[in-house]
Design a protein around this ligand. Structure first.
Ligand SMILES: Cc1cc2nc3c(=O)[nH]c(=O)nc-3n(C[C@H](O)[C@H](O)[C@H](O)COP(=O)(O)O)c2cc1C
Length: 219
């Protein structure tokens, strides 16, 4: 074993090691509005679904001391307007999404620069992105500020899914994940993975099922 005291290594080395070990990470393409209504769009892979009752997402947003309040525009806008949309990211739009990660000044709308289409949301003011397979409209719940990271928690309050990617039957809401071609982040900077490339299935059993199998083996 190689032993590493994480507090004794440089920030870039910490980034490379940890972002290679905690993989894959989904990508949230986040749209927000500032207090004057200017649209902002940027990707975040410190992102995940934290629960479904209520449906909670978390975003890890780094600070940027050169910006207003020392925050990246997304962090600033969520603090000011308390709403955001997570647009999911498929392989077909990853280059455009990557372009929006350039540190454009706050008055520039990255979605326009990337040639993406904005559609109105239903329950929040920031627009959603038409080219995404799904859009999660979120209301800000809470922010934890820990060192240089802001962990933003939001509740999903409305969901859009393009109809070719979902079947909705009364007791079986099923998303056709293979068609969506989601991508996630792996390794350090600039590496991505296809989320559907090598699926396998492993069913989860209850304690009773596990115990019954063991008892049968012992008989
Ligand atoms: C795929 C991808 C994932 C990223 N994930 C994060 C992240 O989780 N946290 C973060 O602070 N920056 C992340 N970035 C960098 C931001 O997108 C970048 O700093 C962007 O300029 C922030 O935009 P904003 O100032 O408009 O909010 C990521 C960039 C890319 C390309």
């Amino acid at each position: 074993m190689v032993e590493i005291d994480i507090s004794n290594i440089s920030a870039p080395n910490r980034y490379t090691l940890l972002t290679s070990l905690v993989i894959p990470r989904p990508i949230a393409f986040v749209t927000t509005l500032d207090e004057y209504g200017v649209v902002n769009a940027a990707p975040f892979s410190y992102f995940n679904l934290m629960g479904n009752d209520p449906p909670i997402v978390a975003l890890g947003i780094g600070k940027d001391e050169s910006r207003k309040l020392g925050l990246k525009d997304t962090g600033y806008n969520i603090q000011k307007t308390r709403e955001f949309v997570i647009n999911t990211v498929g392989e077909d739009i990853i280059e455009q999404v990557n372009l929006t990660s350039i540190d454009f000044p706050p008055e520039m709308d990255e979605s326009e620069i990337a040639g993406l289409t904005k559609l109105p949301s239903v329950k929040v003011k920031p627009p959603r992105i038409k080219e995404s397979a799904s859009n999660l409209e979120c209301r800000h719940i809470s922010t934890l500020e820990i060192g240089n990271t802001r962990i933003v928690l939001g509740e999903i309050i409305y969901l859009h899914i393009q109809k070719e990617y979902v079947t909705l039957q009364e007791n079986d809401h099923y998303v056709l994940t293979k068609l969506i071609k989601s991508v996630g982040r792996v390794h350090g900077r600039d590496f991505y993975t296809r989320a559907t490339s090598d699926l396998f299935r492993l069913s989860r059993q209850s304690y009773r099922e596990w115990k019954n199998k063991l008892d049968r083996r012992r008989q």
